[in-house]
Design a protein around this ligand. Structure first.
Ligand code: FAD
Length: 445
């Protein structure tokens, strides 16, 4: 008997359910191909669904991501697999074979109706990673309000096994004995859209290694700015004070050889300017300072966005931050090299400091498949100039930040290009298979 409990077949496999994966899957499915989306998380949406607004238009991020998520989940040609880890991707006999482990959710996917009765009855509170740890969630919970699927998940590490959730569930969906499931997907082509993580904060001891109160990450600031975020307004985490002075530290984990990340993460300048503008809207009296090495505003409309921020009174200080430490009154003290003042070492205090952390790949293909990565650890393009989504595995393409840091606009464009390459490959696939079959059946004379 096969060690895999379930096996499926699709024309295309998309690994990743962020905006890149969703766009590639929709573009392929709209052409009539069957697509499986494989996601590590409990919901599709990736980072974009967690952002407040997007530069340079300041559109509401969840308002423009949710329709794509809904379109993918309702598409008749798309099947979504959540909580999945890809353990192997190999091409054998012409087909790509993916081996997958689906982690248990301890809630039955087919019977849960998303009523949240389990969540309301759960007595356990733990920090909510979806809100950057700034608020609490229950041990059994729906990941966030517009998560897809709207199905609860049980965090077994923190569950007290009190049984209250199972008692109140109207459909008996809670299953404490669920086991990991193994499955295989046979497919013809794949798009890798595995996205990014932020530079680990603990790598930089000069920045306090995550131990200085009121030093937060840029994704935490996105949540503070979101209308449905942890406090529904901007407050500093340690004491709930409305901050009067907020600073952004640029290149905190990019262009920094001391932590092995020499490249520019490309989006940090723009997202910090965006956050600064949003902050000056919600806290009009606050002083906002951006400490930078260079401002990189290269995209369409980006330079104007930067100039608008300066006109709004946001202060830009050219200087590399040398150290960050706790100061009195729960403030944060920063030492920096003031480059516009002859390079002297200056010190300033702020109520709240945001680290504009860099972008690193979320997934490493080593040991799983033969995709190679570049010196920056992102998936390498086999033809970067003329076919940037093509990888060195036959019929496998790459899209979005999995290939290198980029903003949403470039991610969407690349995801469309990867889907187009995959569709072309599918078109060629049938004739190649027919030729292979003919070769195999030819008998020696
Ligand atoms: C703080 C911040 C603010 C930003 N603000 C803006 C902005 O205002 N405007 C803008 O244009 N850009 C902005 N960006 C950039 C934007 O977030 C990215 O361009 C975009 O989210 C990239 O999408 P993606 O799908 O490539 O990756 P992600 O959103 O990271 O999605 C990756 C997906 O892959 C899945 N995955 C990962 N590994 C595996 C695996 N092994 N198996 C299965 N699934 C896997 C994940 O579960 C997830 O679904 C911002 C970035 C940050 C950090």
């Amino acid at each position: 008997m096969s060690k895999f409990a379930l096996s499926y077949e699709f024309d295309a496999l998309v690994v990743g359910g962020g905006i890149a994966g969703l766009q590639s899957a929709l573009d392929l499915a709209d052409q009539g191909f069957t697509v499986a989306i494989l996601v590590k998380d409990a919901s599709i949406g990736g980072k974009m669904i967690r952002l407040s607004k997007v530069f340079p238009t300041l559109d509401c991020s969840s308002c423009i991501t949710t329709p794509k998520m809904a379109a993918a989940s309702h598409h008749e040609n798309i099947t979504i697999f959540t909580d999945c880890d890809l353990t192997s991707l190999k091409r054998t006999n012409g087909m790509l074979n993916a081996e997958i482990v689906q982690r248990p959710r301890f809630v039955d996917l087919d019977t849960c109706i998303g009523c949240r009765q389990c969540e309301y009855s759960c007595p356990v509170y733990v920090p909510d990673e979806e809100e950057g740890g700034l608020s609490l969630r229950k041990a059994i919970y729906i990941p966030f309000s517009n998560a897809i699927p709207q199905i609860a998940t049980l965090d077994v590490e923190n569950c007290s096994l009190c049984g209250k959730c199972a008692k109140v569930c109207p459909t008996d969906a809670v299953d404490y004995f669920q086991q990991p499931r193994t499955m295989t997907i046979a497919t013809k082509t794949a798009v890798m859209a595995t996205g990014f993580s932020l530079t680990p904060i603990h790598q930089k001891k000069e920045y306090g290694q995550g131990q200085v109160p009121n030093v937060i990450t840029s994704l935490q600031m996105e949540r503070l700015l979101a209308p449905h975020g942890p406090y529904q307004r901007v407050l500093r985490p340690s004491d709930g004070k409305e901050p009067e002075s907020i600073a952004f530290v640029q290149c905190a984990g990019s262009r920094d050889k001391s932590i092995g990340i020499s490249y520019c993460s490309r989006v940090c300048c723009m997202y910090s300017i965006k956050q600064a503008m949003l902050l000056s809207g919600s806290l009009p009296l606050a002083d906002i300072t951006i400490y930078y090495m260079d401002i990189r505003a290269f995209g369409k409309g980006h330079e104007q966005f930067y100039q608008n921020a300066k006109a709004m009174g946001i202060e830009f200080v050219k200087g590399k931050i040398a150290s960050i430490a706790a100061a009195s009154n729960q403030n944060v003290a920063m030492k920096y090299e003031a480059q516009e003042e002859g390079g002297r070492l200056a010190t300033r205090e702020h109520d709240l400091v945001v680290l504009s952390l860099g972008i690193v790949p979320q997934w490493n293909p080593a040991g799983i498949c033969d995709l190679s990565t570049g010196s920056d650890a992102f998936i390498r393009s086999a033809m970067p100039q003329i076919a940037p989504t093509m990888t060195d595995m036959e019929g496998v393409f790459v899209a979005g930040v999995a290939a290198g840091p980029k903003d949403i606009v470039d991610t969407i464009i690349e995801a469309g290009a990867a889907a187009m390459e995959a569709a072309n490959y599918l078109g060629r696939f049938s004739s190649t298979q027919a030729a292979r079959a003919a070769d195999n059946t030819t008998q020696p004379m």
